[in-house]
Design a protein around this ligand. Structure first.
Ligand SMILES: C[S@@+](CC[C@H](N)C(=O)[O-])C[C@H]1O[C@@H](n2cnc3c(N)ncnc32)[C@H](O)[C@@H]1O
Length: 336
């Protein structure tokens, strides 16, 4: 059964619960760093078990299932990784997406505390968001996760008349950098925690267009907005905060917009349109319950109302080309 269809029968229920098996298998493959070890070679289960210091029967069953899932190919009794395993999942590849994989991997354990989170409304105990080590690895994960979408957004967002842009909670600067790459007359700044900006500096370092990038360390609520801007870009920040906190932020950002300026908000929104699938947006709210004190996901219509309340009277939903951008490709624009 497709998890996105509704659970009606006991069989549906069982099938959906059993969907945990493949994700659990993938987490084990990551635990054992199987894809790095396999590299570009074919392995028999016996040889791989020896190299992994693992049990041959265990490894044979793991490999068989990874092949069924499409990650491995089989020749005789040997297995080798498909392209994804040899690149994004392989520590030795320049394309390795390690920080993002670590974030996905840590969620397996963290989601096991969901019952407590639902009972108490409190996020799970982990390294706080201000822990520099956690922030560093999270910021790299955001970059790996957002790069493709950022290029697509930059290609479609009209910033021709924009001279200055602030990337609020811009973390690794993935979006700010793509906007700069695409728009040679633009100057941009990233406003985020100092530890996140360290990663941004590393990413920006070899890039020529990063000469037009500024870094503003600070707290979104405690620090003043670092200047005035034509466009304020706020991607994947809204869901971290409560409606009241978001409105406090909107008021503050509105005061930092130049005349005719725009606040652009990218996030996962609940859309009021026929056939819209709410599954991902609703599930992402669970992630916010687990990781943030007040975060959630919101209806686009409510966010537009908050913008209006905060003085950004003219708002609309921009829709990127199907299958591009982050989430469903919806960006809410509020204008002064
Ligand atoms: C989910 S990430 C989004 C990163 C990037 N905008 C993107 O879309 O890929 C949220 C960012 O907001 C920043 N952030 C959250 N709360 C903050 C606060 N109170 N002060 C400064 N930055 C904050 C985090 O450090 C993080 O870089």
């Amino acid at each position: 059964m497709n998890t996105r269809s509704r659970i009606r029968t006991m069989d549906d229920f069982r099938d959906v619960v059993y969907d945990f098996r493949l994700p659990r298998l993938l987490v084990t493959a990551l635990d054992l760093d199987v894809f790095t070890l396999m590299g570009n070679r074919f392995w028999t289960p016996k040889a791989l078990a020896k190299a992994l210091h693992a049990n041959e029967r265990g490894v044979e069953i793991l490999l068989r299932n990874l092949e069924t899932a499409g990650l491995l190919k089989k020749r005789g009794t040997s297995y080798a990784g498909e392209k994804l395993c040899r690149t994004f999942l392989n520590r030795k590849s320049p394309d390795y997406q390690g920080a993002w994989l670590n974030l996905l991997h840590s969620q397996w354990e963290n989601w096991s505390h969901l019952t407590d989170a639902v009972r108490t409304g409190k996020r799970i105990e982990n390294n706080g968001p201000d822990d520099p080590e956690y922030r560093r690895s999270f910021t790299w994960a955001m970059h790996q996760r957002s790069l493709k979408a950022a290029k697509q957004v930059a290609a479609q967002l009209d910033l021709r008349n924009t001279k200055t842009l602030l990337d609020v909670g811009g973390g690794p600067g993935t979006y700010a950098l793509e906007f700069l790459r695409k728009n040679s007359g633009l100057r941009a700044g990233i406003w985020d925690r100092a530890a996140a900006l360290e990663v941004a500096r590393e990413i920006a370092e070899p890039l020529r267009h990063a000469e037009r990038l500024s870094y503003y360390p600070g707290d979104l609520f405690e620090s003043p907005v670092p200047g005035r801007f034509d466009v304020i870009w706020m991607s994947n920040v809204l869901h971290i905060f409560s409606p009241a906190e978001n409105q406090t932020l909107f008021r503050k950002l509105k005061r930092a917009l130049n005349s005719g300026g725009r606040l652009l908000i990218q996030d996962t929104f609940l859309m009021n349109k026929p056939g819209f699938d709410v599954t991902e947006t609703n599930l992402f709210a669970v992630t916010m319950l687990l990781y943030t004190p007040t975060g959630n996901t919101y209806r686009a219509r409510d966010v537009q109302q908050w913008l209006k309340t905060c003085g950004l009277k003219k708002s609309r939903c921009l829709q990127l080309k199907k299958g591009t951008g982050d989430w469903d490709g919806v960006i809410i624009e509020g204008r002064v």
